[in-house]
Design a protein around this ligand. Structure first.
Ligand SMILES: Nc1ncnc2c1ncn2[C@@H]1O[C@H](COP(=O)(O)OP(=O)(O)OP(=O)(O)O)[C@@H](O)[C@H]1O
Ligand SMILES: [Mg+2]
Length: 250
C-alpha cells in the first residue's frame, strides 16, 4: 500500500501540491487524472523520492520514504519500475542496452545469456523484439515509450509507476499498452499508479480513479462512482473527454 499524507510542494512561489492525500491499494490499478501542468508528474516523482516534499509523508508498505538513508533508498527502489513521461532512454545505448540497464545496474546481473533472454522477453511483451539493435534516435515516439515500458518492467517490480503511458500513441497501440498494464496486474499482482489525461484508457484499466486539481485530490473512487461525481472539475473533465455514463461519445 502506498500512502500519501498531506503532501505539499512549491517551486519558488508556485504552490504545486497543496495537501495531497491519497491511499493506493496493493495489487490494484490507480489512475490519477488531471489537466496538463497540475502537478501529476511532480506527484509521481515524490513516490520514489526523486523529489522531496516540503511537508507531508509518503509511506510505501509501511516504510516512510523520507526516512530512508541513501543506501536503503537504493535498495528500496528495486521494488519500483517507472515509465517516465518522455521515456528517458539513454541516447547512446541501444534498445537492448537500455532495457538491460536496471538488470546490470541494480541486480549486478553479469551473465550475458541471461540478460539477453530477459531483455528479449520484455521487448516481446511490448511488441518490439525486432527493434532490439536500434538506437533510440531511430525509434518513433510510441516505440520509445514502449522501450521505456520494457525497461520499467525488466526487474519484475511489485509497484509500477506510469507517467502518461498512452499519450501520443495511436488507439491500437494505446489499447495494447492498456492490456499489458492489465496483464502485469493479473499475472504478477503488480500495484500500478498511472497518471494520465487519457480518460478512455483510464476507465479501461482503473480499479480506482483520482482527480488532481489545484494541488489536491478532489475526487477518488471506483470508476463507476468517479463518473457519478458531482464535483464540478470532474464533471468538466469528463464532459471535455465526451464521457457520458461511462461511454465515450464523440
Ligand atoms: N523542478 C521543477 N522546478 C520548477 N518548477 C517545476 C519543476 N517541476 C515541475 N515544475 C512545475 O510544476 C508544475 C506541475 O508540473 P508537472 O510536470 O507535474 O505537470 P503535469 O500535471 O505532469 O503536466 P502534463 O500533463 O503536461 O505532463 C508546472 O507548472 C511545472 O512548471
Ligand atoms: Mg506530466
Amino acid at each position: 500500500m502506498i500512502e500519501l499524507i498531506d503532501l505539499h510542494k512549491s517551486f519558488g512561489t508556485q504552490r504545486v501540491l497543496r495537501g495531497v492525500n491519497l491511499t493506493i491499494p496493493d495489487g490494484k490499478i490507480t489512475v490519477i487524472l488531471g489537466p496538463s501542468g497540475t502537478g501529476k508528474t511532480v506527484l509521481l516523482r515524490h513516490i520514489i523520492r526523486l523529489v522531496l516534499p516540503d511537508r507531508g509523508t509518503i509511506r510505501v508498505d509501511g516504510v516512510e520514504m523520507g526516512k530512508l538513508k541513501s543506501q536503503e533508498l537504493n535498495e528500496f527502489r528495486k521494488r519500483f519500475g517507472m515509465l517516465f513521461q518522455q521515456a528517458a532512454l539513454f541516447d547512446s545505448l541501444t534498445v537492448e542496452e537500455n532495457v538491460a540497464f536496471p538488470l546490470v545496474e541494480h541486480f549486478k546481473e553479469r551473465d550475458p545469456v541471461r540478460v539477453a533472454a530477459t531483455v528479449r522477453k520484455k521487448l516481446e511483451l511490448v511488441g518490439l523484439a525486432e527493434a532490439i539493435h536500434k538506437m533510440p534516435s531511430e525509434l518513433s515516439g510510441g516505440m520509445r515509450k514502449r522501450v521505456g515500458l520494457a525497461r520499467a518492467i525488466v526487474l519484475e517490480p511489485k509497484i509500477i509507476l506510469y507517467d502518461e503511458p498512452t499519450t501520443g500513441l495511436d488507439p491500437i497501440t494505446a489499447a495494447a499498452i492498456d492490456n499489458l498494464i492489465l496483464s502485469m496486474q493479473k499475472t504478477f499482482s503488480v500495484t500500478s499508479v498511472i497518471i494520465s489525461h487519457d480518460v478512455v484508457s483510464a476507465f479501461r484499466v482503473a480499479d480506482q480513479v483520482a482527480m488532481l486539481h489545484d494541488g489536491c485530490i478532489v475526487e477518488c473512487g471506483a470508476p463507476k462512482d468517479f463518473q457519478r461525481s458531482d464535483h464540478p472539475v470532474v464533471r468538466e473533465f469528463l464532459k471535455a473527454a465526451h464521457v457520458v455514463n461511462g461511454e465515450v461519445h464523440r
